[in-house]
Design a protein around this ligand. Sequence first.
Ligand code: NAD
Length: 268
Amino acid sequence: MTLRQIRSYGPGMPTPIAPYDLTGRTALITGAASGIGRATAVLLARAGATVHCADRDEQGLARTAALITDKGGTAHAHPLDVTDRAQVRAAVAAAGSLDITAAVAGIMHTSSVLETRDEDLDRVFAVNFKGVLYACQESARAMIEAGRPGSLVTMASGAVDTAGPGLLCYSAAKAAVVQLTKTLAAEAGPHGIRVNAVAPGWIRTPMTGRHSPEAQEQTEAAMVRMSPLRRVGEPEDVAAAVLYLASDASSFMTGQILRPNGGVVMPW
Ligand SMILES: NC(=O)c1ccc[n+]([C@@H]2O[C@H](COP(=O)([O-])OP(=O)(O)OC[C@H]3O[C@@H](n4cnc5c(N)ncnc54)[C@H](O)[C@@H]3O)[C@@H](O)[C@H]2O)c1
């Protein structure tokens, strides 16, 4: 939908949800075997995109692909490690004419600053920063070579807005993702490529559910208290933000951070 169509909206015009329609688009989603990545793959497929799901968890990938194809969508599975550039490049090539990449794969790590080891830092940066960098570089290169516009969505975190004990590796890698997002947005914009980050608050996924049931309950209760909306976030809440950024609905957005966080943090 063009700006002119929006301004002259009336009977017979496309509905306001038309800009969210991804029919004919091709999307690559990393981390698609679980949590936010899975919800994103399912939602983008429901919006009409052909979805290429990438993850190191083959069983989880198969489950995501089945969720999509069972509803009549189109999904392809790419088992890969996002820290291996050649594997990421191969998935981008296999996807063909790529329009959208959502770099969602990530890991959690906690250790105090004084106890953080080199190997912790290297592992978290390899997945959470380099994995996102490789997906963005290879996708943007392919889009530019094909002369196609596109949308890249990176997965940051609310951890970039606050500091908490134990979160040095994780939040530093996510802060690097924000800088990557803004820098690439500045560089790739003239090619018609938009780059935006999503920075979710606490979301109920396997990543945040690896605690004891009691600890889980306490964390969720705290999140409900802290959110003006009085509920915890679900993967679909983040997927909706990715859909917005992936689609033409956000055609004038680039270099921005979108925060599906239930209002727990309200930065400028
Ligand atoms: N859950 C939250 O509260 C929350 C909040 C803010 C940001 N995030 C971010 O959202 C993203 C998804 O998190 P989630 O909560 O859905 O977690 P999750 O653990 O459910 O999913 C992460 C997925 O990434 C995949 N992955 C991890 N390392 C990989 C690698 N090297 N190669 C390929 N795939 C790999 C895993 O197999 C898994 O399928 C992460 O980047 C995370 O940091 C999550």
